[in-house]
Ligand binder design. Structure first.
Ligand SMILES: [Zn+2]
Length: 138
């Protein structure tokens, strides 16, 4: 894919964009519970070309294949079962609250999944809280 191609931005419809990163044959899902390593290694892969819209600043994968994304009962977005990951996330939340002076301020995480990181932000002093309501309505 060439950067000079005129491809409509999915956010604004503008056709002035530039490609800035390509990857071929990369994993298309990071949140699926697969049976074993063999199934994971054999799972379909997809390609990515990241484009930047000069009109609105939106960045998207121009080679995104919706059919390669699986949202099923095997989908589990949390990494909260890992104490190592939780230690990392708690430290990150604490650093962000301090770095961005979030103590006592409203924190909104769009696409927060189960809201685990948002809870960590609040525990680290960020708050009062708000959260993505998509999980509650399903
Ligand atoms: Zn745009």
């Amino acid at each position: 894919m060439r950067s000079e191609e005129r491809i409509a931005c999915p956010a604004c419809g503008g056709v002035e964009s530039t490609a800035f990163h390509d990857e071929d044959a990369i994993p298309t899902n990071s949140c699926l519970l697969l049976r074993d390593r063999g199934e994971a290694e054999g799972y379909p892969r997809g390609d990515m070309t990241l484009r930047f819209c000069l009109g609105c600043g939106f960045i998207w994968n121009a080679r995104f294949g919706a059919k390669l994304s699986e949202y099923s009962s095997r989908y589990e977005e949390t990494q909260g079962f890992s104490e190592r990951f939780n230690d990392f996330a708690r430290d990150l939340a604490k650093r962000w609250v301090e770095k961005h002076s979030l103590a006592g301020r409203t924190v909104l995480e769009v696409g927060c999944g189960k809201g685990e990181f948002l809870e960590m932000m609040c525990e680290a002093g960020g708050g009062p809280r708000d959260r993505d309501r998509s999980e509650r309505s399903s």
